[in-house]
Design a protein around this ligand. Sequence first.
Ligand SMILES: Cc1ncc(COP(=O)(O)O)c(C=O)c1O
Length: 393
Amino acid sequence: VISLTGLRREFDLHPDALYVNAASEGPLPRRAREALLAVLDRKVHPFRLGTEEYFQIPLKTRELCARVAGCRPGEIALTGSTGGGVNLAASALPLDPGDEVLLLSGEFPALVNPFLLARQRGIVVKEVRAAGKWPAPEDFERAASARTRVLAVSHVSSSTGFRHDLPSLGRLCRERSWWFVVDAAQSAGAHPLRFEEDGIHILAAPGHKWLLGPTGTGFAAVRADILEQLPPPAVGWMGCLHNAAQFVSSYPPFDVSRFPGGRRFEIGTTPYLALAAWNASLELLLETGIEVIEGHVGSLLDRLRTRLQGSRYSILSPEDPEHRSGILSLTGRFPAKLLLLLNQRKIFPGLRGGALRFSPHLYNSLEEMDRIAAALRELESAKIEADRKGENL
Ligand SMILES: Cc1ncc(COP(=O)(O)O)c(C=O)c1O
């Protein structure tokens, strides 16, 4: 468990509200708000804006994202959302009509829909169902055919919290020469990512969840050795070699030669207000250490599990520590009502796929897990009592 004393001061935590929903939105740290306000003041008087906002801020974001993803800064493209990166994969990977993409059923639409759109080009989407309780590499092997070209997964499922073993999936992709695409929306910032070691070709993540940034931020990591083979699905001026610095004296010739790195996939002027804030959030996460955060969040959810043992709630998330994540989902009989009753007690988890979803982060404490468990236990007793009397809770 992290020593929280200094860390909690990094956030303007509400004195009463207990927030455990980083899987939906991460809170903006104080230093990120300050960074945002500093650039905002310059935006109010735009004569104060300069190349810092246009070029240095996004440059820093790419460097920080590379550290989060375990790749090189030149492999990062700023996208604005997870969907941005997945679209890049679905539209730029060299696929022919009849080529197949494997996707598990129940995946979040940001990962699925770009590939469904690629059906226009004759790409075949194969929905893979797990044979056992949890998905395994064999499920993909069984579903594959000679035409399979892509395996796309969410590192962590946003509903159950199941975390894939990326090294095994990466090995499978390498053996079969499949492209390996990973949606890291529920893992980037919560678990260390090893883009290069795990053999991932394209990884996509949003900034506004576990990475504690504003919305409209996100990145894609694209492997250096394939970067230049991928035709950019869209182009503006920002990813092109003839860049702003040169426009002062004259406009460039007609030429769409692009930067060699991931930046070639970026289109226009960046959301530098959001990026300035996000940089501060990313620095806080990296200073703390993502492995440390992973351990801390793991201990918090262990505590919640322990405190709920023997209760009537059923935990939907995996038992096996290898597949656990920052998400713990559980069901009671009336999850929507339960959420409302928890909110009345100033506890704020999420609700996904008919289950309560708890996703604590670095600012949460063991005492808070005890408070959640106590509230759930109290609601359970109240429900049993109400049922006995034939009343509605
Ligand atoms: C697995 C997964 N992918 C993607 C997203 C978000 O996608 P985007 O960043 O495109 O809004 C979420 C958010 O809930 C998610 O859980």
